[in-house]
Design a protein around this ligand. Structure first.
Ligand code: PHE
Length: 334
């Protein structure tokens, strides 16, 4: 048996190999279960122990060397394959995500208000009870604390709450800024609701606050009218209906002439011809005082609208729960 001979032969062979399939055959011929190395081992099986040992070491050595040239060749093939990649070939198109419909509408609303001179600010979602209730003229024991939120408020162990309304940021900004103040506060709010097609435990609101020397209901009406026409991109008719919020006086609810039936009455407006879209009013003097501003010198108007509702109206979405469903088929439409 000539180990050197086998090695030489293997090197010559592998040098000629040009294709993967031959390389495979080479591996089988030398390193496989029925390959030449195995054959060599079985040849020395019955030799005396000393001879078996020295020859065994040599065969092992040979096996390692052949394996090495095999791996080298294999690697050079891989490299060649890599180099064959055509980098100018057009790539597979990747699927792009899109902004959530709520985010799109929120940004659209922000733009409209910014054009009217409002600054966009945010407030904390975890809020003290004071900012969420007391500062807004809703002291403990006040019936509105019940109607508006008790039983609907998520209380945290430390006494804080998940804000039930973006109005909670009003007094925070009054304390920080000097009038005139002209801000909107978009953000998430939380209420312990039984969820159905039109109720969610968290949804989005957009709060508006305008404080200056001579602010009146006619400013409120003009701002909201202008906003709604820009948002829905059509003529809009609105009406103010007297209502009650502890933090505004007078308080109004704003209805919009139903865009589906043009006021004739249909299912979307519950046959009334009007759709309620937001709450608003003239900021209560107590609230202005809580903000560290003199209510004798300054007046304010405030409004709070849902972002979810107009998004649903705009895109004709009939179930609010879809927004948080992570349903890709729904989201891909936007
Ligand atoms: N915070 C009120 C609500 O959640 C809306 C509102 C805001 C009313 C500002 C008046 C003034 O329903």
């Amino acid at each position: 048996m000539d180990i050197e001979e086998i090695k030489k032969e293997a090197i010559e062979k592998i040098e000629k190999i040009k294709e993967n399939i031959d390389l495979d055959l080479f591996r089988k011929e030398y390193l496989g279960k029925k390959g030449k190395i195995r054959d060599l081992f079985s040849l020395i099986k019955d030799l005396p122990i000393e001879e078996k040992k020295t020859l065994g070491q040599k065969i092992n050595q040979l096996s390692l060397e052949i394996e090495e040239i095999f791996l080298l060749k294999e690697n050079s093939f891989k490299k060649e394959i890599k180099e064959e990649i055509d980098f100018s070939f057009p790539a597979k198109a990747t699927e792009l995500g899109s902004l959530h419909p709520i985010t799109q509408v929120r940004r659209e609303m922000e733009n409209i208000f910014q054009m009217m001179g409002f600054s966009v600010v945010e407030g904390p979602e975890i809020e003290t009870q004071w900012y969420n209730f007391d500062a807004l003229n809703i002291p403990e024991g006040h019936p509105a604390r019940d109607a508006l939120s008790l039983g609907k408020t998520f209380y945290l162990k430390n006494g804080n709450v998940l804000r039930t309304q973006t109005s909670s940021a009003q007094v925070r900004y009054m304390q920080k800024m000097k009038p005139p103040i002209k801000i909107i506060i978009p953000g998430k709010v939380y209420r312990y609701e039984t969820t159905d097609a039109s109720h969610e435990t968290n949804f989005f609101q957009l709060e508006g606050l305008y404080i200056d020397k001579n602010v009146s209901v006619s400013h409120l009406k003009a701002i909201l009218h202008k906003f709604l026409e820009s948002f829905f991109k059509r003529k809009i008719e609105i009406r103010l209906r007297p209502s009650y919020f502890p933090f505004t006086e007078p308080s109004v609810e704003v209805d919009m002439l139903c865009t589906v039936c043009n006021g004739k009455g249909c299912a979307a407006c519950k046959k009334t011809g009007w759709v309620e879209i937001l709450g608003a009013g003239i900021v209560h003097p107590n609230v202005i005082k809580n903000g560290g501003i003199d209510p004798k010198k300054y007046k304010g108007l405030a409004f709070g609208l849902s972002i979810d509702r107009p998004t649903m109206m705009k895109y004709k979405i009939n179930d609010i729960r879809l927004f948080h469903s992570a349903n890709l088929n729904f989201l891909k439409q936007f």
